[in-house]
Design a protein around this ligand. Structure first.
Ligand code: DQA
Length: 145
């Protein structure tokens, strides 16, 4: 059976393509997820996707992934820099976790330099644009095989 992967996006990423395109690019979140589904078909990975602007909903989505999903690709967006709750939820998930940031958070304001989620991530991709999600998928295919 194909491994299931959850692609989870945090606040404001529903505005991808419209929001600060000079930083986050022109692809919409629907474009990103569609391209990940196509790549998932090639890699024999089944893609689930969710986005929320609410911390508790992201926590609940991670809980629901326990025991049902082999890996999570997460862009926690601004919650990366603030959310111990998302870190704790990921610590209760026993699959692989790849953290993605579209922009290079280390090249930006200092408040973006620290991510709580990085303490749990098996891999981190930052500054590769929306291609980072596809790179993360390839990495999961490689570590799950
Ligand atoms: C982001 C970087 C975060 O600092 C920011 O709050 C986001 C997006 C990124 O993908 O580059 O919303 O996670």
């Amino acid at each position: 059976m194909n491994a299931r992967i959850l692609i989870l996006n945090g606040p404001n990423l529903n505005l991808l393509g419209q929001r600060q395109p000079e930083i986050y690019g022109a692809e919409t979140l629907d474009d990103v997820i569609a391209s990940c589904r196509r790549l998932g078909d090639e890699l024999d990975l089944e893609i689930e996707a969710a986005q929320s602007n609410h911390e508790g909903e992201l926590v609940e989505r991670i809980h629901a992934a326990r025991g049902t999903v082999a890996g999570i690709i997460i862009n926690p967006a601004a919650y990366s820099h603030t959310s111990i709750a998302i870190l704790d939820a990921l610590n209760a998930f026993d699959g692989k976790v790849i953290e993605v940031h579209i922009s290079n958070i280390h090249k930006r304001e200092s408040f973006r330099h620290h991510s709580y989620v990085s303490a749990r991530a098996d891999g981190i991709i930052a500054g590769c644009g929306t291609e980072g999600y596809r790179l993360a998928l390839r990495r999961l295919a490689s570590i799950l095989s």
